[in-house]
Design a protein around this ligand. Sequence first.
Ligand code: DAH
Length: 339
Amino acid sequence: MKRQLEAIKNQAMEKLARVSDIRELEDLKVAYLGKKGELTGILKKMGALSPEERPVIGQLANEVRFALEESIAQTKDRLIKEERSIRLKSETIDVTMPGRIKPIGKKHPLTIVLDELKDIFLGMGYEIAEGPEIELDYNNFEALNIPKNHPARDTQDTFYISENVVLRTHTSPVQIRHMQSHKPPIRIICPGRVYRSDAVDATHSPVFHQVEGLVVDKNVTMGDLVGTLQAFAKGIFGENSRIRLRPHHFPFTEPSAEVDVSCWGCDGSGCRICKGEGWVEILGSGMVHPNVLRECGIDPDVYSGFAFGMGIERIAMGKFGIDDMRLLFENDIRFLRQF
Ligand code: DAH
């Protein structure tokens, strides 16, 4: 029996040394010390021993039990420590590792120009007004002093939805809507999409963007128009920019002018951008025609106003040196990333 006890102890110790997780340890504990365990089995047989042997074997059995219990406790400690160190290793955060870089979106060049433009005019006290892209012929043409048979209609290749409804060909109808619903003083810009049935090429698109400007008040003069546009040109094209006005004709303004800005490529001396001219045309403008004011219920003998309209694509192309308008609509990510 003594030998049996020694054997159980040695065997158990050996197994404990090799245990690698808590579950296994629990199983071992049951296998030796449990109710049906090996050591317990031996103790049950003690009744058969002689009175002399009993205390000797009893003591030995107790020693084995203590030894096993202690070893089990130590093994448990060891396993807990091992598990923790494995967990720590796998959960370690390397604070010196570079962060994950999230690609940040960029503003579309048209949005950049539009945002700058809004900044400039909001800074001068303008408000933003908007109107629908599907517009009445009346707002797009008639009220702007362009009657049905007027030749100016031919120059704006209009998409007609019905006889009296069009896709707006310019943002000027927003002037009409605003004047008919607001009293002077009026100071607005109207950004938006416009449509003309043009074939797509490097400088044309059937959909493009314009910004309209309108100021109506007492004593508004051409001088106010020039000063405003000068401030605008400096804001968009840089402090050194100058503007010049060339006489022109628009049905809704009188007098009318086309406005050029000194070339940002050569500052006026002539280069490829301005085709040697030194100037680049950027917008149309003029003093609001008395017929237009009258149509909107504003007395032209009391009030006067100026208006202007510009194409955003053209300005963005100039500002960023883009030579093909299609690039602005194709949304090639390699192009857009450059801004
Ligand atoms: N609506 C004109 C166009 O689309 C641009 C324009 C010219 C607007 C003169 C105006 C203006 O307000 O006064 O070509």
